[in-house]
Design a protein around this ligand. Sequence first.
Ligand SMILES: *Cc1c(COP(=O)(O)O)cnc(C)c1O
Length: 393
Amino acid sequence: MNKIYFDNAATTQVSPEVFEGIKQYFVDEYGNPSSIYEIARSSKKVVEEAREKIARCLNAETQEIYFTGSGTEANNWAIKGIAEALADKGNHIITTTFEHHAVLHVCKYLETKGFEVTYLPVNNQGLISLDDLKKAIRSTTILITIMTANNEIGTIQPIKEIGEIAHNNKILFHTDAVQAFGHMKIDVKDWHVDLLSISAHKIYAPKGVGVLYVRKGIKIKTLLHGGAQERNRRAGTENVPGIVGFGIAAEQIVAEMESESKRLTTLRNKVIDGILDCIPYCFLNGDREKRLPGNANISFEYIEGESILLLLEMHGIYASSGSACTSGSLDPSHVLLAIGLPHEKAHGSLRITLGRYNTEEDVNRLLEVLPGIVDRLRKMSPLYENIQQQHKL
Ligand SMILES: *Cc1c(COP(=O)(O)O)cnc(C)c1O
């Protein structure tokens, strides 16, 4: 059976180009970039080349790019590093209720250290209000951290407008752009962004590498102490193959972005319309237009997303759902609760995230099997039976 991978927001396969391009840095040119002999010099050189490539993709300066061990680390560093550096100026941070846990849990942690955090609500389309943001600003606000695009429902915030508000109020602005990178044009200068996080494994490069963009001149405390790597700001021997792979992948995805986002938008719309047209009692989560090209997140009433996943897997189709059962908890996704879904509807959601290696045949296959799966699960659902009875009466 052919495997169909629809979970590209969780991670992506390493592209053949990246795999080929990094092999040599495992077995031949494995030198530590801090050493001074020949194989080490080449490691240092390729790390710097990757830094240049990524800077170009973000319209940043090369020296504003810092490699980290993940997107999670980049978010942690940005928020803790600024909070600590500016603690004498103020203790207030603004974020949203539906950030990735790598932002949300950092903010929760900082609350235990005397910081105050405002969690802006998002509306039922998954968008924040700029008015709410302006109203939340205090004289003690030191940082605004709002994600560019949401990992579960794909919605895209008005980042440039947020950046302008932040700068007009002399507040630093960080955005988690892990999902957005490679799928929409990012320009840190035009956006007035001071700090921005991205991650390699979401764009067809290896896991375990991230980048934090830090605008020139910004004071940020160090998260990892040790050696003098990354111009003394992030200790730890560089993940040379990972970093080289990140550079190749970034260049490739940005070069293909225009045509690929058109292709993915068409496929994604086919998924959304195909499902909404053929299956009763289901709805799209998140704004239809202001969303990432490859994201479709749909709630199916009266059934559990987890059960849909299990049955899809029997057809070789891999997707994700709106509850965090996989992580051992039965809580529905905080993102779906944030857009106002009641628990039972949040539990019935399915996230399909398309990527470079998905084809129209993949989508056709999904649309072929999904109606039967939903129907089968609903036939076993007592809730659904009641509803059907009521409709007959
Ligand atoms: C995946 C992801 C992260 C975490 O990145 P890792 O490299 O997996 O730690 C952070 N934010 C968003 C929006 C993500 O999708």
